[in-house]
Design a protein around this ligand. Structure first.
Ligand SMILES: [Zn+2]
Length: 255
């Protein structure tokens, strides 16, 4: 018995010399900018596992910046025009998130959706483990993980008000974005261009202090066939990927 499914995806290999993923939430004085999702196996073969957050937001911002440069109006990340106190949230060239749907759906909404419509892009979570981990893992990627311990002192004394650790990552990672349905050549082209534009933006926090640089090493549109079967109670999964260079070029040539 075999089950299988074919789908398309975009596979991106990127590299960062140093990044502080997403703007951390603070709880109990600790900043969780790298979400811990596993403490490692008992035999010590697998270390702590973290979720690299903020990649979807990064693509969203890249789409906004690129559309602005091209003079195309797209959804803003905010669905409100102004704050309660009347400050403007949305700049020139944007409309509130989802306001274009369904009559005049913009290209960003076609791909990323909003509360009104689901996105056609599914981001595979990027789970990372420390590169110090000798054994590696099939579901996690290895990156360098550093923690900077910071503390705030009471003015004029050495007494700490709070201690907290901020995490930084460095190295190469792969991001896979699955296309949940067929997208048009124009949409594919815009998506690829937005990915190419990502290095112009910063990833995560401390960008003005030099963090968050990203370089792209590979971007490929792929057709994937994933199959799964049971043999004597054990489940085996296999993934075959094929690069779709021609389709990718056709998409890119629409812009
Ligand atoms: Zn829109």
């Amino acid at each position: 018995m075999i089950v299988s499914r074919k789908f398309k995806r975009i596979k991106i290999t990127a590299n960062t010399p140093i990044a502080k993923p997403s703007n951390g939430q603070v709880s109990n004085g600790k900043i969780n900018n790298l979400l811990l999702i596993g403490n490692g196996s008992e035999d010590g073969k697998e270390g702590k596992r973290y979720l690299l957050k903020g990649l979807r937001g990064l693509l969203n911002h890249s789409m906004m910046a690129l559309a602005k440069q091209k003079g195309i109006e797209v959804c803003h990340s905010s669905d409100k025009v102004e704050t309660q106190s009347g400050e403007k949230l949305i700049g020139e060239g944007y409309h509130p998130n989802g306001a274009c749907y369904p009559e005049k759906e913009c290209i960003r909404h076609q791909l990323m959706g909003s509360i009104k419509k689901k996105s056609v892009l599914r981001f595979e979570t990027v789970v990372i483990i420390s590169e110090k981990n000798k054994n590696g893992s099939i579901t996690a990627q290895k990156m360098h993980i550093a923690t900077e311990i910071r503390n705030s002192l009471v003015q004029g004394s050495k007494k700490a008000i709070q201690d907290f650790g901020e995490r930084y990552v460095a190295g190469r990672f792969t991001l896979k974005i699955e296309l949940l349905e067929e997208i048009s050549q124009e949409e594919l082209g815009f998506l690829l261009q937005s990915i190419l534009y990502i290095p112009e933006l910063g990833f995560g926090g401390a960008v003005n202090n030099g963090a968050g640089k990203i370089s792209l090493e590979e971007v490929a549109l792929q057709e994937v066939e994933r199959t799964r079967m049971i043999k004597k109670g054990k489940v085996f999964e296999e993934e075959n990927e094929r690069n779709l260079w021609k389709e990718m070029e056709e998409g890119m040539s629409t812009w």
